[in-house]
Each structure stands twice: as structure tokens, then as C-alpha cells.
Design a protein around this ligand. Sequence first.
Ligand code: FE2
Length: 245
Amino acid sequence: MQTFYQLFDETSSTFTYLLIDASTRDAILIDPVDHQLERDMAVLRDAGASLAWVVETHAHADHITSAGHVAMQTGAKTAAPSGCDIKPAQMQLIDGDTLTFGTQVLRAIHTPGHTAGSMSYLWEEATPDGPLRRIFTGDALLIDGCGRTDFQSGDAGTLYDSLTRKLFALPDDTLVFPAHDYKGRTSSTIAQERAHNSRVAGRTRDEFIEMMRNLNLPRPKLIDVAVPANQRLGLRDGESVPHGA
Ligand code: FE2
């Protein structure tokens, strides 16, 4: 049975990931999007998955999460990076923390720079052919790109360090799954990005900082709404996720 689903939201070009333990069907959902809640519930049902955790890579600026509502509907626990000020999340993750689903483990790797709190998550799934390594990079490392660093506690030098010292230190064949892609691509590898990522490869730290400073990107349309909403896990006034456990 399928243990991994990559789901896409056309409106925000956001990827949501569902990871399932092959033996127990316990699962983790990464970065769900508000208006895809029904789709995601259907995928969970069809996959026979029981959601243990819903987790965010960071407080997004371009869409609103459904994490709070997913938790309300499924009983999953919520987790978020401790540096993102997402207060309702039951587990506040720091570097090296792990989330367990069935016999599987997802490990948090702090990769600041796009935002100060941003986390990547590493899943080493045991398969008959050996471990299948996947890294979920949020908006730190994108396919042939990287997240912007010009708002929301972003810092280009810090992002360069996260990319070159933490993510590019992973084994070559680690599959890279970003939070977004705008050109129809779905995954890459650490070897590919280390060698060819057009923002990072061949650039010094200072050159990277200078290039990022000159991107002049438009301000995200939803940022003033999305960030505060995401810091509440997308929950509205009067709604809450069950605490404890
Ligand atoms: Fe982002």
C-alpha cells in the first residue's frame, strides 16, 4: 500500500505531504492548506491512514493552514517549530526533535533563514531496498531555488548557512520535497541541488546575500492575513484543538 502522498494546491502552488507507516497506517500530515481540508480528509480515508500528527514547516505568508481544523476532525496532535510563535501547537519543536508515527520517525532539522523558526523534516523510511530518505524543506530549499528572505524575520546569510551546512550535508540521494513549486516540478535530490541550484551553487555567502538583496519581489498579497491566522493554526475565534495527551 502507498505510504507517501504529495498533494498540490493550485491556488497557492503549495505541496502538502502525507506520510504513512506501512505497518500500522499511522500518519503525519505536513503543511495542509485551508481550502483543501475536504480533499485531505478523503485522501486520509482512502489511504486507511490514522493521523498521529499534523505539522507545519513555518508560519506561511501565502496561504492559510488547515492544521487546527485537521486536528479537530481527526484527533491528531499538532506540532510546529518553536521559533514560529504558533502558540496553539501542542508540540513546540526544536532542532533534533522527533515525531513518531507507528514505527516511523520524522526528525526536525532547524533550517532558519526564510523565517527564523523554519524547520525541515527528515523521514528515513525503511524499505526492502534500504532506507528511502526524504527531506521536506518548507521554503528553505526549493527546487532550483530557495525561499525569500526579505520579510518575516528572514535573513539571507542565515539561509545560506542552513542550505550549505545542514541540507547539503545530507546524503546525495536524499529526495527533496519543497513546500512550493511554481513550474510543475515535484521533487529533486540533495546531489542535484548542491551541484546545480541556481541561487546557491557556485556562490559565496556574500554573493548569495547580495543576490537575495536585489531580488525586489512583490509583497505577498495575503501576508497580513495569513501570518496571524497561521500563528493560530488557522483556527478562528472560539475554536481550539484539544490539549493534553
Ligand atoms: Fe513561506
